[in-house]
Design a protein around this ligand. Sequence first.
Ligand SMILES: C[S@@+](CC[C@H](N)C(=O)[O-])C[C@H]1O[C@@H](n2cnc3c(N)ncnc32)[C@H](O)[C@@H]1O
Length: 173
Amino acid sequence: KFTKPKSILEVGTAIGFSALLMSEYAPGDCHITTIEKYEKRIPIAKENFRKAGREDRITLLEGDATEILRELEGTYDVIFMDAAKGQYIHFLPDILRLLAPGGLLISDNVLQDGDIIESRFAVTRRNRTIHARMREYLYELKHHPELETVILPVGDGVTLSTKKEESTVTQNK
Ligand SMILES: C[S@@+](CC[C@H](N)C(=O)[O-])C[C@H]1O[C@@H](n2cnc3c(N)ncnc32)[C@H](O)[C@@H]1O
């Protein structure tokens, strides 16, 4: 609501709850594009968009975000990252390309029940890959020259990153 986006990209629709919520608070001319790969959730999300009368404002792209993100063009004012946590780091180059200067990237579930601050040896073996990838993702968000990021301990952890305007990036080099 605060950023008044004209375009939103969501990675991870599930059944459309957050897409509908965002459409509620975004300006009336804002278009939401959302990506989901799980075929059982796609028809439910579509039906929810239809029932809410939001089909014209929300486009559901069906398939794996790894491929879909690569093919998307243009830029988005807000990007909401809410898919498989271990993949965020792999999505990041495309996300940065697709985020408009001055745009906002919101990443959900980044703190892994607090495990993220623990050493990798304190994390169960099966969680170590995701732990390493999420730490790498947070490091990139905090150190990337084009981004300004805060990590908020809300829910299971949310980051808010703004993409600097081009002139600011040059000044900071
Ligand atoms: C936490 S849920 C999304 C919840 C939704 N954003 C909301 O708040 O209502 C994550 C979703 O991301 C989807 N997902 C995970 N990895 C994906 C990928 N690589 N491409 C597309 N969708 C993916 C999952 O199938 C799941 O439905």
